[in-house]
Design a protein around this ligand. Structure first.
Ligand SMILES: Nc1ncnc2c1ncn2[C@@H]1O[C@H](COP(=O)(O)OP(=O)(O)OP(=O)(O)O)[C@@H](O)[C@H]1O
Ligand SMILES: [Mg+2]
Ligand SMILES: [Mg+2]
Length: 544
């Protein structure tokens, strides 16, 4: 059996370059994006919606309707409508208060109904846009609006698995797994507004972030929760539709290839397509013809007589709009200004959900940061001391790292043992210098680990002052500098590496002093601040 998650081409690590424009030939692209919705049940049946079900368990989430037994009828799952509404409203798309379903007829093994239920004549919503910017999305123009043509709700097909038959002399056979059949999809169609690959890449990323922020999809391209067809044309010539693009690098590389190919065809005075729209696939290095669409496909669209229109009340739209979160760019901008003054990088990490993550979502993370920041800076005002930057660095580097390592959800810890107030208190203690940074990191890990071992029970001791005493983690207050100097000299002597010492002294490998500091921390069991040790090593080595 094929392992679904590993299907596709290996991701390309190098940075994807933008398309190189060829004089007098303008590239134009439009996208069709299919997004699997993470509703509990499927679109028109009560089956469990789990397109990631193990491939070794085919057809387990399948009902009679999903395999199209005659006589079975669709019943619309309104959770999918709610998800579509969230997306449409976020994209400022005008929602149709009475959209309808149509049948798109074609014959294929993974579509036993003989048609796909989609929305052709009266789609769910029309219009809308997503704005890209140079500042946040790394495009070349200061700002670029990509217009949305429409959003439509439709059902996914089953999954075809092609493999060689085990019987002698027989051809390749196709297995069909119906777990994916009837999973809800939204097809988003954009206007042909893209003129380079940076814009395409930026749009995909922003769209992925949006569906993750809305919690309507895992937004994963490689795993197939988002599948994108790209339409490519040059100047006023017909578009070519590209399919089978499993990830962003394939999309960018296929557009680059297709643009050059079409320009060459035009330079040779040939036609791009003999029929209206040619569909081509991507094999990892070139595009090849799959079919010439309109000539062979007559979908015979017709309204589905078994499904009434999706009738929505304008009040419902207002209620759903109220539940939507603030625009991600706005959140990033806010975090980059007073009082937080975060770097763009940190503000983005707090706001954007880069991957589907069960341990925290970014709304929780950002709120946790903001609450901790406020409590920490309030207490700073009382004692006129503190460094607001340590809040973000502890949350992003220490806390998140530990949560991932221990597989604990932020939601759990932030509700009880490490509320924003508790973390602010902890950071105050760290800043006061009672405990060294490295011991504080260990203490944080320790209490989280205890929490996990106790089955995430809130009865964990988080009285930091007593814990520091209990584990003897307090920094030595009265440092005898003469003793420390001897200690540092001893470390250098034991290290017995004159080459390294020379390179530190000469400034060639300045940072290697951190290695010495590490040795010092070990020697003094973290009871001396790293800074004190670094100063002493510099003194001993006569570094200014
Ligand atoms: N001149 C053009 N150059 C590039 N893309 C174009 C051009 N004109 C239209 N497009 C794009 O073609 C796509 C048309 O998608 P749409 O779903 O409407 O039709 P389709 O591809 O014929 O149907 P299907 O859903 O069956 O594939 C849009 O993404 C649109 O932006
Ligand atoms: Mg298409
Ligand atoms: Mg389409």
């Amino acid at each position: 059996m094929l392992k679904f998650r590993s299907l596709g081409f290996p991701p390309i690590k190098r940075k994807l370059s933008n398309v190189k424009p060829i004089k007098d030939f303008e590239l134009t692209c439009g996208l069709e994006i299919h997004t699997q919705l993470s509703t509990t049940n499927k679109l028109f049946s009560g089956s469990i919606n789990n397109p990631f079900e193990s491939i070794s368990k085919p057809n387990v989430n399948t009902s009679y309707f999903d395999i199209a037994l005659p006589g079975t009828q669709p019943i619309l799952n309104y959770e999918a409508v709610l998800f579509a509404l969230k997306l449409a409203l976020s994209l400022k798309s005008t929602v149709n208060l009475a959209s309808q379903f149509d049948r798109k007829h074609y014959f294929y093994g993974d579509q036993p109904q003989g048609y796909q239920i989609t929305q052709h004549y009266h789609p769910f919503s029309k219009g809308g846009y997503l704005t890209l910017s140079k500042e946040f999305d790394e495009i070349n123009e200061p700002s670029k609006e990509i217009r949305i043509t429409q959003l439509q709700i439709e059902q996914d097909t089953a999954r075809s698995i092609y493999h060689q038959s085990l019987q002698q002399n027989s051809d390749e056979e196709t297995l069909i797994d119906f777990n994916r059949s009837n999973v809800p999809l939204i097809e988003l169609v954009t206007e042909p507004d893209f003129h380079d690959t940076l814009q395409v890449k930026a749009f995909i990323k922003k769209y992925q972030n949006l569906v993750r922020q809305l919690k309507i999809s895992t937004g994963d391209l490689e795993a197939g929760s988002i599948r994108i067809d790209v339409n490519v044309s040059v100047n006023e010539h017909p578009r070519v539709e590209l399919k089978n693009l499993p990830n962003t690098s394939s999309i960018v590389n296929a557009i680059n290839y297709e643009y050059k190919r079409q320009v060459n065809v035009l330079k040779n005075n040939s036609l791009i397509a003999t029929q209206a729209v040619e569909t081509r696939g991507w094999d990892g290095s070139k595009t090849t013809v799959l079919r010439s669409k309109e000539s062979t496909m007559d979908y015979r669209y017709m309204a589905d007589p078994e499904l009434p229109p999706i009738s929505l009340d304008a009040d419902v739209l207002c209620e759903v709009a109220k539940t939507l979160l603030k625009d991600a760019d706005e959140c990033i901008r806010e975090l980059m200004s007073e009082p937080y003054n975060l770097s763009k990088k940190d503000a983005k990490i707090l706001t954007i959900q880069n991957e589907f993550n069960e341990l925290y979502n970014n709304e929780e993370l950002r709120t946790y940061y903001v609450d901790t920041f406020k409590l920490y800076t309030n207490s700073m005002e009382d004692n006129k001391n503190g460094d607001p930057k340590i809040v973000v660095s502890w949350i992003l580097h220490e806390l998140l790292g530990n949560l991932k390592k221990l597989e604990i959800s932020l939601n759990h810890v932030s509700r009880d043992m490490l509320s924003p107030g508790k973390l602010a208190e902890f950071l105050n203690i760290v800043h006061s210098g009672v405990i060294s940074n490295s011991n504080a990191k260990q203490l944080l890990f320790h209490i989280l680990e205890e929490y996990k071992l106790e089955g995430c029970n809130k009865s964990i001791d988080t009285n930091f002052v007593t814990l520091i005493k209990k584990y003897d983690l307090e920094v030595t207050k009265k440092i005898d500098y003469a003793v420390l100097e001897d200690g540092c000299k001893e470390i250098i002597k034991d290290l017995n590496n004159p080459k390294m010492i020379e390179s530190i002294k000469s400034g060639k490998k300045k940072n290697s002093i951190k290695y010495l500091v590490g040795l010092g921390m070990r020697k003094y069991q973290g009871k001396i601040q790293a800074q004190e040790l670094e100063t002493m090593f510099k003194k001993v080595l006569d570094i200014k």
